[in-house]
Design a binder for this molecule. Structure first.
Ligand SMILES: CC(C)(COP(=O)(O)OP(=O)(O)OC[C@H]1O[C@@H](n2cnc3c(N)ncnc32)[C@H](O)[C@@H]1OP(=O)(O)O)[C@@H](O)C(=O)NCCC(=O)NCCS
Length: 117
């Protein structure tokens, strides 16, 4: 899959963390944190996904909290993620968590940033 290959390439040689939510032994959600550039005090949140039956229960929020903790421990100042403008529901979700838009409204894919301190 394209996103898996992208994460593999971005994380190669760089620190990263994958967090998985499960019910019993079944995976029901995931998220990935990537420290892409050594000289940039920002980590990337990627591969955010919760199984449809388990949405709206705060699972994504708790996975993002884990990644934010991991990023903060290494001195990172912000988490950045990318969302498609058409995915307005997800944009609302990130905004509720405190992410703010940092790239041009005219782009299809926009970056959102959550300050960690
Ligand atoms: C977006 C997604 C990760 C949210 O996961 P979730 O576990 O349902 O989110 P949470 O339960 O932690 O929600 C946190 C808050 O955001 C709100 N929220 C979650 N999804 C929302 C949506 N689609 N639209 C509006 N608000 C939403 C919740 O109501 C909650 O608000 P509250 O605290 O006021 O009740 C999940 O819907 C998903 O996997 N979507 C498809 C994949 C995707 O879009 N990934 C992101 C790619 S950029």
């Amino acid at each position: 899959m394209a996103w898996q290959e992208q994460i593999r390439q971005n994380s190669e040689g760089n620190p990263s963390i994958g967090v998985l939510a499960s019910e019993d032994t079944n995976p029901i959600g995931m998220a990935v944190g990537l420290h892409e550039q050594a000289d940039k005090p920002e980590d990337r949140l990627a591969a955010m996904w919760i199984s449809p039956d388990f949405r709206g229960k705060g699972i994504a929020t708790s996975l993002i909290q884990k990644i934010a903790e991991w990023a903060g421990e290494s001195g990172c100042e912000a988490l950045v993620t990318c969302v498609n403008q058409k995915n307005s529901h997800t944009k609302v979700f990130y905004t509720k968590l405190g992410f703010k838009q940092v790239t041009d409204q005219a782009c299809d894919e926009i970056d959102l940033r959550l300050l960690l301190r």
